[in-house]
Design a protein around this ligand. Sequence first.
Ligand code: HEM
Length: 250
Amino acid sequence: MLLRKSCHCGRWVDLKQLVPEFDAFLEANPLPVPKIRPPGDPTGAELLGARLVGRWKSGAPVDLTPLRDDPKLARSQDFRFDQKNQERCPFAAHIRKTNPRSDLPPNATEPFRILRRGIAFGPEVTKEEKAAKKSSNDPKLERGLLFVCYQSNLGNGFHFIQQTWANNKNFPPTNASDPNVPEPGIDPIIGVGTPREMVGASPDPLKANEKLDFMAKWVIPRGGEYFFSPSIPALKNTFAAPGRPGRHEL
Ligand code: HEM
């Protein structure tokens, strides 16, 4: 693997997730698609969730399967966004904000790619939390993502993606064919902004000129660190090289 050969910078962040609150938001703002009742999504709440993220719960990209989940496409990376519209995938969908693919010129996203190895923590949502539409205050029921990523350059990796793409309401640059399409808005999953910025272009393909107000925050960053992650050759040949002071024989 890449990390074994070259040194990398790492970043971890503790991201608490308010899952019952997120589910309640989806239920309150479903996207009913006329005449279509996708199996398992009678109201269109799942469709809203998929369009906020850019992938369905199975992982299938909305760009390939915009109206219903298709687990066969769960791992597919074979898609490009249409710069001119957000009918298939909203401009502000989490995966479009963090890896804009064809929204930028060929290869322009390459310096900003990261290798993610996050670990989900915490239990499933309880019956009580589901009924209350609110996360419990019990610390044992906290849940979220221990987000971990590696990049060769911190400024181009996590930091850049969060600051310049996710938190930027004008990103990605939309060459929308319709001049009334509003700016994308911040990333609804990880974007950090003032309350006035917690608004994005509606993810509803039939209301692409309207805005969506998501005053709630569902992901709470609680701390993190940057770290240096030496490669295996650097560990063997430099840090643990024979004769190096402090080297411990294994
Ligand atoms: C709790 C917080 C987060 C949640 C729930 C979340 C969720 C997701 C999901 C469901 C996907 C699609 C599946 C996958 O590729 O793994 C994804 C992709 C991705 N996320 Fe996040 N994510 C979070 C935080 C972050 C953060 C902090 C960053 C970076 C600043 C980030 C960057 C990315 C990238 C680069 C992709 C891949 C996009 C692509 O290549 O299509 N995510 N995330």
